[in-house]
Write a protein that binds this ligand. Structure first.
Ligand SMILES: C[S@@+](CC[C@H](N)C(=O)[O-])C[C@H]1O[C@@H](n2cnc3c(N)ncnc32)[C@H](O)[C@@H]1O
Length: 320
């Protein structure tokens, strides 16, 4: 049995017997006026952060959701795209699609704005999305891609890239590791399926996104997620996992590299009223301007420019 088969079996089991807190959700569920979440759907919240960022969802986007779980985020996305088929949710596990269908049917009875056919549930997997090229505005996945081994992760990211329209967004939430996870844990299929041992480091995770071709990546959140303690996991020291929420844009990578926004700002502190680096960055004296990490590094070499650190909470605006 491959680790992907073991993962599918694991999720078939937790579809029929929900395990509350399975993936140790790090954010409280997104509460919106008039949105009622069925109890069983809430109990099947198997994500680690959130992929539902209202600011990304203007204009009722077409959404592909990979790895449906109990349907919670599919329902939350529907809140912003209230039309038949706006959210296509894909999952290879029959039991999981069945559970999601039941939860969404219950949601339709609890929410007068919601019809179950706003979400189309499709059999399929992350490596062969049953969607045409350039057909959706948003692809989202929560706590699935971290399970994949690196070559499979590249296949899944490539599929997300393929189905996105130009300019479209890949919204992800995954655990990352504060140092490389030792092989004996990586090779444990059950820990992988539990989203505990497949996590990459931050740099490695970002390199996979850039390697797929995403030209701009924005970090929405980065928080502590779980501690793998030394005794239980046979480690020489404790290993902290974090959860990382990102939005990656299908735009060309600039010749000098991708723009990654992590919440840094640049502030001009010189004698004049403003500073223009003649490369598209115009700073008013004393006013912090959001910049990507690449620009922060470049401007940080100027003696009159102060660069602030990553807040790991960037939600739009700024240079580039
Ligand atoms: C950790 S759960 C996350 C569920 C949901 N995203 C959430 O936040 O509650 C992983 C989900 O991915 C599904 N899955 C497993 N292997 C998959 C694959 N190869 N392609 C797509 N989905 C997969 C599982 O059935 C399960 O629904």
């Amino acid at each position: 049995m491959t680790y992907l088969d073991a993962t599918a079996q694991f999720y078939a089991d937790v579809a029929t017997t929900p395990e509350v807190g399975l993936c140790c959700v790090q954010s409280s569920p997104l509460i919106m006026p008039g949105l009622v979440i069925p109890d069983r759907m809430q109990a099947m919240n198997y994500g680690c952060g959130t992929t539902v960022h209202p600011a990304e969802l203007a204009g009722e986007p077409a959404i592909a959701y990979v790895g449906v779980g109990g349907g919670l985020e599919a329902l939350q996305f529907s809140y912003f795209s209230r039309r038949r088929g706006a959210v296509v949710a894909i999952d290879p596990v029959d039991e999981m699609r069945q559970a999601a269908a039941e939860n969404l049917a219950e949601a339709a009875t609890l929410n007068d704005w919601f019809e179950a056919d706003f979400v189309t549930l499709l059999a399929g997997d992350a490596f062969a999305l049953p969607l045409p090229d350039a057909s959706v505005d948003v692809v989202a996945q929560n706590c699935l891609f971290n399970i994949f081994e690196p070559a499979d992760l590249m296949r899944a990211l490539g599929e997300a890239y393929r189905v996105l329209k130009p300019g479209g967004r890949l919204i992800m939430s995954d655990p990352i590791a504060t140092r490389p996870i030792p092989l004996h844990l990586q090779q444990d299929d059950r820990l992988r399926a539990l989203c505990l041992s497949g996590a990459l480091t931050y740099d490695d995770y970002m390199q996979h996104l850039i390697g797929t071709g995403f030209g701009q990546i924005e970090v929405r959140a980065r928080r502590p997620y779980r501690l793998l303690d030394a005794a239980q996991y046979n480690l020489d020291q404790h290993l902290l996992l974090e959860s990382l929420d990102t939005v990656s844009f299908k735009i060309a990578i600039a010749p000098d590299g991708a723009c990654i926004f992590t919440g840094k700002t640049a502030v001009y502190a010189g004698a004049g009223a403003s500073f223009d680096d003649k490369a598209g960055h115009y700073l008013l004296k004393g006013v912090p301007t959001a910049v990507c990490d690449k620009t922060a590094k470049h401007l940080g070499t100027h003696p009159d420019v102060l660069v602030t650190g990553s807040t790991w909470h960037y939600d739009g605006g700024g240079c580039c």
